[in-house]
Design a protein around this ligand. Structure first.
Ligand code: ARG
Ligand code: MN
Ligand code: MN
Ligand code: MN
Length: 314
């Protein structure tokens, strides 16, 4: 089996500089070697290049709408062809607005995909509810069919239309949800697990209910969109919107292992690693190393160990 790595050095979904250097930081932390050791043939397609548009005025209070729309259109095409070529695809961000193109491109090949969003934030604001205007806090709103009539026509996004049903989405790790987002989560009846839910139920039960919710009726491809800020800031300090009280190392790795164990992971995003925001090189390396651990665990690195003789046969 083979893995495609797509770097997406992009930051215009938010206003802080540096998250465009995420792909390099994650590669420098040893991603390709770690995946090669898992017996994948690794195809690193390098970094996509995104055009700089010189005229891109605000839309309502949303900055860089056409720049973000165009980058996501290019990413969508790249993910579409990587999945079409038979690879499991790993998209390295960049900010979380990139999930729009990543999930959209994936859906072109796998129209029945389901989405697991691991994040401190719900990223389901619309341009009308967003307190910041930033598109990395609005990605999910672009994907959902049920929000179509609440979404204005944002310039730069006419290439796509929403395709995901709210029942095909589960959130894990939420702890900073804006009022408009909370209304949408409740109104659409979206399945979500906050950090409080993880405290109450334990991560084992959270994953059981998550996978049951998405897969019990039928097995289908999984898109994992993993925001590094889901982890506690003590583990992942180099990120733009850290929130206290996040996932422990073991909770994050358990989520990844359970998703691997389904055998259904098709595309994953690892976003919001911002090497410029680390207080020291150690802080940056810890954050990027954690990103590599999550990706490796999602693709089958096991805490039990593994050897050829006892390899599971599909
Ligand atoms: N909810 C806030 C907003 O809409 C923060 C979003 C943070 N998103 C992220 N992908 N880190 O701006
Ligand atoms: Mn820079
Ligand atoms: Mn987040
Ligand atoms: Mn996010």
């Amino acid at each position: 089996h083979s893995v495609a790595i797509l770097g997406a050095p992009f930051s215009k979904g938010q206003k802080r500089r540096g998250v465009e250097h995420g792909p390099k930081a994650i590669r420098d932390a040893g991603l390709v070697d770690r995946l090669s050791n898992l017996d994948y043939s690794v195809h690193d397609f390098g970094d996509l290049s995104f055009p700089r548009l010189d005229k891109d005025e605000h839309f309502m209070q949303v900055p860089f709408p056409r720049t973000v729309g165009r980058a996501n259109q290019l990413l969508s095409t790249a993910v579409n062809s990587a999945v079409g070529a038979g690879h499991t695809c790993v998209m390295l961000g960049g900010d979380h607005s990139l999930a729009i193109g990543s999930v959209e491109g994936h859906s072109q090949q796998c129209p029945d995909l389901c989405l697991i969003w691991v994040d401190a934030h719900a990223d389901i604001n619309t341009p009308l509810t967003s307190p910041s205007g930033n598109l990395h806090g609005q990605s999910v709103a672009f994907l959902l069919k049920e929000l179509q009539d609440k979404m204005p026509k944002v310039p730069g996004f006419s290439w796509m239309k929403p395709f995901l049903s709210s029942s095909d989405l589960v959130y894990i790790g939420l702890r900073d949800v804006d009022p408009g987002e909370h209304y949408i989560l409740k109104d659409l009846g979206i399945q979500y697990f906050t950090m409080r839910d993880i405290d109450r139920m334990g991560i084992q039960r959270v994953m059981e209910v998550t996978l049951d919710h998405l897969l019990a009726r039928k097995q289908r491809p999984i898109h994992l969109s993993f925001d590094i800020d889901s982890f506690d800031p003590s583990l992942a300090p180099a990120t733009g919107t850290p929130v206290n009280g996040g996932l422990t190392y073991r909770e994050g790795i358990y989520i990844a292992e359970e998703i691997h164990n389904t055998g259904l992971l098709s595309v994953m995003d690892l976003v919001e690693v911002n090497p410029v925001l680390g207080a020291s090189s150690e802080a940056v390396e810890a954050t990027a190393g954690l990103a590599v651990d999550v990706i490796a665990s999602s693709l089958g690195q096991s805490r039990e160990g593994a050897n050829m003789a006892f390899q599971e046969t599909p």
